[in-house]
Ligand binder design. Structure first.
Ligand SMILES: *Cc1c(COP(=O)(O)O)cnc(C)c1O
Length: 388
């Protein structure tokens, strides 16, 4: 059968592909150090699991509203008001099958052929592919280690054209761990408002911050930017709930209604009982987040020091998320070749920067135990010595 051009122009997720290969090698009995997965290595906290077991016993096993359980939408609105200072109500929220799906629903709801979407690189692998699936054109702004992988207001202004629909703003960032300071967020907000474009804030890593770094939701900067903001978030990263597939989109009522129509004709509601886990996550004390964060903070310090001690490699010290983006430009290898050889020769799995729109780096996730970090980075060091 001839397949639709729509899917032929899309690249499959390289992070998922590398993780699968690393898993297969492990299954063969090889001692693989895996840094490729973009997920916390912790189990979902006990009280969240307990809430779902109860929901199952209470019969929360049927179809629900396509936009989500009313109690969860209300809890999300409260969270956005208190944590993020965003004046959303339940009617501004739709519950989706993960943060990835909320972004997909958003693009399908807003993008028309020819629309441009501005994406700072290194970017999360799915952004440009989703824009293309929706018929739009990704416009990538490149950044460098010198700017700490951040875009400037001037770069944003230059990238804007009459066709620009929105900027995708991911801070803390996957894959670099970069967090924009409140002042930097305000400066970008000014450009967005002045040019009448929108901003999509992917805030999935907002809770994973280090060394006093602050997260300012761009929509909280002013009333003017709030009117031009759409928030995407989810439960996967903060609460170790990756497999649950729970996320949400917050924005103007008419957009949420349109996303609801799309969802009602495609996925219906998100797994009903799983949503009760999300309610428990939001309505319970947040100690579990702090506990995981403490572990991430320790590993981050460890891995940054180990990597920056390797001659030929370096990384920008990340302020958030659980990734480092290692600059491999001195090795002269392309990121895909670097990662293939690292996996085949040293059994270390990392993701090539080319998947994130930057061929000079590789992404290493430190959402893994300290022992794997120490053994894996030593192998990385051996590998770099062997090629330089
Ligand atoms: C993990 C991630 C998401 C969403 O993940 P889900 O599992 O679909 O909730 C969204 N954006 C970024 C940048 C991510 O890393």
């Amino acid at each position: 059968m001839k397949l639709a051009a729509r899917v032929q122009q899309v690249t499959p997720s390289m992070t998922l592909a590398i993780s699968a290969k690393a898993k297969a090698m492990k299954a063969e009995g090889l001692d693989v150090c895996s840094f490729s997965a973009g997920e916390p290595d912790f189990d979902t906290p006990e009280h969240i699991r307990a809430a779902v077991k109860k929901a199952l016993d209470d019969g929360k096993t049927r179809y629900g509203p396509a936009s989500g359980e009313p109690r969860l939408r209300a809890a999300i609105a409260t969270k956005l008001q208190t944590d993020n200072h965003l004046a959303y109500n339940a009617e501004n929220i739709i519950v989706t099958n993960g943060g990835k799906h909320s972004l997909y629903a958003l693009m399908m709801t807003t993008i028309e052929p020819g629309d441009e979407v501005i994406i700072p690189a290194p970017y999360w692998v799915s952004y440009p592919e989703m824009v293309k699936l929706a018929g739009g054109t990704p416009v990538v702004i490149s950044t460098t280690t010198q700017s700490g992988y951040k875009i400037t207001p001037e770069q944003l202004q230059k990238a804007i054209t009459p066709k620009t629909k929105f900027l995708i703003f991911n801070s803390p960032s996957n894959p670099t761990g970069v967090v924009y300071t409140p002042d930097e967020v305000r400066a970008l907000a000014e450009v967005i408002v002045a040019n009448n474009i929108w901003v999509v804030a992917d805030e999935i890593y907002e809770k994973i911050l280090y060394d006093g770094a602050q997260h300012l939701s761009i929509g909280a900067v002013s009333d003017a930017i709030f009117e031009r903001t759409i928030v995407s978030n989810g439960f996967a990263k903060a609460y170790a709930m990756t497999g649950w597939r729970l996320g949400y989109l917050a924005g103007p009522v008419e957009l949420i209604k349109a996303a609801n129509t799309l969802q009602s004709q495609s996925t219906s509601n998100v797994c009903t009982f799983a949503q009760y886990g999300a309610i428990a996550a939001l309505e319970s004390p947040q100690d579990c987040v702090a506990t995981m964060l403490k572990a991430f903070a320790k590993r981050r310090r460890g891995i940054v020091d180990l990597v920056n001690a390797i001659p030929g490699l370096s990384c920008v010290v990340p302020d958030g998320s659980f990734y480092i983006f290692i600059d491999i430009s001195k090795t002269q290898l392309k990121s895909f070749d670097f990662c293939s050889r690292l996996l085949n020769e040293k059994y270390v799995a990392a993701v090539p920067g080319v998947a994130f729109g930057d061929d000079t780096g590789i992404r290493v996730s430190y959402a893994t135990d300290m022992d794997t970090i120490e053994r894996g980075i030593e192998r990385l060091s051996d590998f770099v010595q062997s090629i330089m």
